[in-house]
Design a binder for this molecule. Structure first.
Ligand SMILES: [Zn+2]
Ligand SMILES: [Zn+2]
Length: 571
């Protein structure tokens, strides 16, 4: 388990040292060692530009945690030196933490029209959009941002209008790949600009920071267009059935393909889920998604049509319990019940950690007698991230002098580093970094330059920030329950006048645990009595003694660690 931000901040002796002339420093604040909360800061001559500000979703054992953010303290301490935030694309793991960051750091936010549109929508939902400056950039545009000239290079990904970034710095060109794949047949024909990447490579790239998500996977990621083919076949085979397709609401090209296939079969299109409706609206406005208003049908009118006349596009492909698909699976959705006439397609792949919740939804859909199709039995999904073949191509185009793998779990970054050295880069020009690491690049090479605090910043939606301690308690409560010890002590007589009693919640009830309970009671009683014998009658101290005695016995003998509470009353 990582330290949360409440843990001791690791501070480095180099922390206060300014970056030397001709050197550029990169500080990784998130996304290196996990898929999520991507954030980095690039710094020159005392000025900082932030690259992405994403969030991460919690693991199932992070009870009550709704979101995990990067630890922004390092940035906030230097907020006067921050010139801008640059967004590579509109995914939550790159933009979802903006609403927390902009409360402290209000600087211009750069990105493509769609990226900014998604970000803006979420900021206004969170009611923090008021006086922010958004600066839209076009594909291929170069702009002066802070101390750098920044170029926005088109890349293909599972959201339209994604960019790689090229920073012109005093230490040469720094390329950040953003999230990408090399899709040669994208839905909008907007390909990754390999010619431009090659030209930058010819000019000389000092440092490459590159997406590692699929660095373990050999070969090439399938084109997004292949998913359209698979969907078309499934629709053609089921002309009489209602088709319900779940996918990411930001995956506008997937949505476009589903709409195109539905239209070919003269099906009406129903949108389900708030973010699906909002994103479709925005993408239509920006001309990124094309659909006739006449082909859209309001959900409340769905039963006026035969199953074969309708296609539903909904959110919830990751099994999110409050999203449309989970509601449909439980029979909780308004206006629509899933049943034997429905084919439900999960046009997605579970993000690691979500397999269990996705499995639950699939089970419930089967219970409702629907047919269910997912990426495990049909090719209804294609990843948005480059596999080894594409990564090799990318490295060959860029031919960087120095390389740091980013955006991945640790093993992904190790595989990516090996890929880079196998392409001829000397290991001394490749650094595997983790969250909090700082590096400096200069004409002579790359080196580590210190560390900053970069633990998980947990957000509990109902209570705000959450430290590691209450979270650890929640884990213990969930696993072992709670044991409350009570007793009464007469201070003058130095003896127990109300017996030791144990109250239990969430743990061992029933006769077979009787012996264990008796043993704990006995242990606690003798611990209290020996304190009393020595004349110690302080209630606080007696509570501690009782807890320690119970904890020792339960831990050593029974390997259980309930949350212990004691209330010894001194009369
Ligand atoms: Zn992405
Ligand atoms: Zn990402």
């Amino acid at each position: 388990m990582r330290n949360s931000i409440a843990g001791p901040a690791k501070s480095s002796p180099r922390r206060k040292q300014p970056v030397a002339k001709g050197h550029v420093r990169v500080t990784f604040l998130g996304g290196l060692g996990e898929i999520g909360r991507n954030c980095a800061a690039i710094e020159q001559d005392g000025r900082i530009v932030v690259i992405d500000a994403g969030l991460m979703f919690p693991e199932p054992n992070m009870y009550g945690v709704d979101l995990i953010l990067p630890d922004f303290r390092w940035l906030i301490e230097r907020k006067d030196r921050v010139d801008a935030i640059v967004l590579t694309h509109g995914h939550e793991d790159h933009t979802g933490a903006l609403r927390y960051l902009v409360k402290d750091i209000n600087v211009p936010i750069y990105g493509s029209a769609l990226t900014l549109g998604f970000a803006r929508h979420r900021l206004s939902e969170a009611k923090v959009a008021k006086d922010l400056t958004f600066i839209e950039v076009a594909d291929g545009e170069r702009r002066r941002i802070g101390p750098f000239e920044v170029e926005f290079i088109p890349v293909t990904h599972s959201v339209p209008s994604a960019h790689a970034l090229a920073f012109r710095t005093s230490a040469g060109i720094v390329v950040h790949s953003g999230d990408f794949k090399l899709d040669l047949t994208p839905i909008d024909n907007r390909r990754t600009d390999v010619a431009r990447l090659a030209a930058l490579g010819d000019e000389g790239v000092s440092l490459l920071l590159c997406d590692s998500t699929n660095a373990e996977e050999p070969g090439f990621t399938a084109s997004e267009r292949s998913v359209g083919g698979a969907l078309r076949r499934l629709f053609l085979e089921r002309p009489e059935r209602r088709m319900v397709i779940a996918c990411f609401a930001s995956h506008i090209h997937r949505v476009q393909q589903i709409m195109d296939v539905a239209k070919e079969q003269n099906r009406k299109i129903v949108l389900m889920g708030r973010s699906m409706e909002a994103n479709v609206k925005l993408a239509r406005k920006l001309n990124i998604l094309r659909v006739d208003a006449a082909d859209l049908l309001d959900l409340e009118n769905i039963d006026r049509y035969q199953p074969g006349e309708v296609c539903v596009i909904c959110t919830g492909s990751q099994g999110e319990p409050l999203a449309a698909l989970a509601k449909l699976s439980r029979g909780d959705a308004r206006y629509m019940k899933v049943g034997a006439d429905d084919t439900v397609v999960l046009s997605s792949h579970p993000i690691p950690g979500n397999e269990w919740t996705v499995g639950r939804v699939i089970d419930d859909l089967h219970r409702a007698a629907a047919e269910v199709i997912h990426s495990g039995n049909e090719p209804v999904h294609a990843s948005g991230h480059a596999r080894q073949g594409e990564l090799r191509t990318f490295h060959q185009l860029i031919r960087p002098k120095n390389f740091v793998p980013v955006h991945g779990e640790y093993r992904h970054m190790v595989h990516h580093a090996e890929l880079a050295t196998s392409m001829g880069l000397s290991p001394k020009h490749v650094l595997i970094c983790e969250d909090g690491d700082q590096i400096e690049v200069s004409a002579t090479g790359i080196k580590r330059a210190g560390q900053v605090p970069a633990g998980f910043h947990y957000i509990d939606g109902s209570a705000g920030d959450l430290d590691e301690r209450p979270l650890e308690e929640r884990r213990m409560l969930a696993e072992y329950g709670v044991l409350q010890i009570s007793a009464g002590v007469d201070a003058k007589q130095r003896k127990l006048v109300q017996p030791v009693r144990l109250t239990l919640r969430g743990w061992f009830e029933g006769e077979h645990d009787r012996g264990l309970l008796d043993a704990v009671t006995h242990e606690v009683r003798s611990a209290i009595e020996s304190e009393l014998k020595e004349g110690k009658v302080d209630a606080e101290a007696l509570n501690k003694v009782a807890q320690r005695a119970a904890g020792r016995l339960l831990g050593q003998k029974y390997r259980r660690q309930p949350v212990l509470m004691a209330a010894i009353v001194v009369l």
